[in-house]
Design a protein around this ligand. Structure first.
Ligand SMILES: Cc1ncc(COP(=O)(O)O)c(C=O)c1O
Length: 442
């Protein structure tokens, strides 16, 4: 049995942390040793209110016993089996259960192990779909500015956050990007979907004309931009994008790695917004963060095209050693049970109005230039320092942490994405802490 001890400086040497200033971190490490419900326990014993659901993933709160027990049980029974030409019962069950809450007509699930793999899988399915259909010239992908689609080469190529792409080029050549939908002159302090901005979807028509519509395989967007700063789609925007894709035979991919599994009060954003894509990528909420897992949910049109060939042919030359891993499938089934039995999605929908009111109550505090929200997501945009000094949002997030509240920064915004089980009192504490910090921040 491993005892959880706090490493000293030399014991920290080998670990290369992702997306982290390693040397700075190790000089002053932020260590967690436990988690339960809405709280982390730090190594010094401090309880930290989790305003981020870990990393947008622990939707039902930490340490959900049914999930823990399911993982334990699965590990004892079947540690591993390949998913290439063999399977185990839990993989079928997990796929069926996910399909049962997916939008109508989206009934087929391909398993990966992360959001990044899910995105690269979806992009590959899109290209292979057009090969199968004989439209071999359809290879281009359209992403969107401020989009985040993970760290695989495909996801990075369609992503729209320059700093993430900068060190790694050249990326996939046949990509282009839609503009993002944030324009504070028109959208600042919108509650939910901004009224302004549906026309920005027409940029897809412009890109289609530049590149030739028959060269475009797929458009991939997050229905609500997440890591790029929580940008709900303008009213009518997704509908317009769907219509343009339909007009030109382009596949529409919703990257629902953040919005999937209840974040907007419905199982998927596709249902919350009433717009059905051809492929959905998902990951984070799939296992409540407990075991790595990702997936692509495919609509019948895509599935049927792959299933039209000879039955003895492998339809898709793609997969991962750990696709449909027994532990992940067990965790996923138990997670869906928890979501159902504890009314987690309905709870999120019920809590959303209070969440919105609490977020927008910060309007008028120093340097707050925008507040955005949808479902149980929010962002508080802070004015950049005129001298280009330290980013206020990073400083604010650090100070919140010192006060026992975990939030993240994304550019100049504080972003919030709590477990969907957050109570009214915890919402109050979360925003009261941010308010206190913002009043003190220069
Ligand atoms: C929309 C979206 N897609 C993909 C990813 C990548 O997921 P992962 O970090 O599991 O690879 C993320 C991660 O934050 C995400 O937010």
């Amino acid at each position: 049995m491993t005892i959880m001890t706090v490493p000293n400086q030399s014991e920290m040497e080998s670990y290369w942390l992702p997306f982290t200033a390693n040397r700075q971190f190790k000089a002053n490490p932020r260590l967690f040793v436990g988690a339960d419900g809405m709280y982390y326990t730090a190594a010094d014993g401090q309880r930290i209110l989790d305003g981020m659901a870990g990393l947008w993933c622990v939707n039902a709160g930490h340490n959900q016993r049914p999930i823990v027990e399911a993982i334990k049980h699965a590990a004892e029974r079947l540690d591993y089996v390949s998913s290439f030409q063999m399977a185990h019962p839990l993989a079928f069950e997990a796929a069926s259960r996910i399909a049962s809450i997916a939008p109508a007509g989206m009934d087929h699930v391909f398993f990966a192990n992360s959001g990044s793999e899910a995105v690269d899988t979806a992009l590959k399915i899109a290209r292979a779909y057009f090969r199968v259909k004989g439209e071999v010239g359809r290879t281009r992908f359209i992403g969107r500015a401020k989009g985040y689609h993970g760290m695989g080469w495909g996801g990075l190529s369609v992503a729209g956050i320059g700093r993430h792409r900068k060190d790694f080029g050249p990326l996939l050549p046949e990509t282009d990007h839609l503009p993002h939908t944030l324009d504070l002159a028109h959208t600042a302090f919108s509650r939910g979907q901004p009224a302004w901005g549906a026309h920005l979807a027409d940029e897809l028509e412009a890109l289609a004309q530049i590149h030739d519509p028959s060269s475009i395989a797929a458009v991939i967007i997050e229905p609500v931009t997440g890591s790029g700063g929580v940008l709900p789609p303008p009213q009518g925007y997704l509908e317009r994008l769907r219509a343009i894709c339909d007009r030109h035979g382009i596949l529409l991919i919703f990257d629902e790695v953040i919005t999937g599994f209840g974040r907007l009060g419905a199982p998927f954003a596709a249902q919350a917004f009433g717009v059905t894509p051809d492929l959905i990528t998902c990951a984070k909420g799939m296992t409540n963060g407990a075991v790595p897992m990702g997936g692509v949910i495919a609509g019948d049109k895509v599935w049927n095209a792959f299933m039209a060939g000879p039955e003895n042919m492998i339809e898709l030359f793609h997969g991962y050693t750990y696709s449909g891993h027994p532990l992940a499938c067990a965790a996923s089934i138990a997670t869906l049970d928890v979501y159902r039995d504890q009314d987690i999605f309905e709870r999120a929908a019920r809590t959303a109005p209070l969440w919105e009111a609490a977020a927008h109550a910060l309007k008028g505090l120093p340097n707050v230039i925008d507040i955005r929200n949808i479902g149980l997501l929010a962002a508080i945009e802070l004015a950049p320092r005129p001298d280009g000094g330290a980013v206020r949002a990073i400083e604010a997030a650090n100070r919140c942490f010192d006060e026992g509240v975990l939030v993240r920064s994304a550019g100049d915004a504080l972003v919030l994405s709590p477990p969907l089980v957050i109570s009214d009192a915890e919402i109050e504490r979360l925003f009261a802490t941010i308010a206190r910090v913002l009043k003190l921040l220069q």
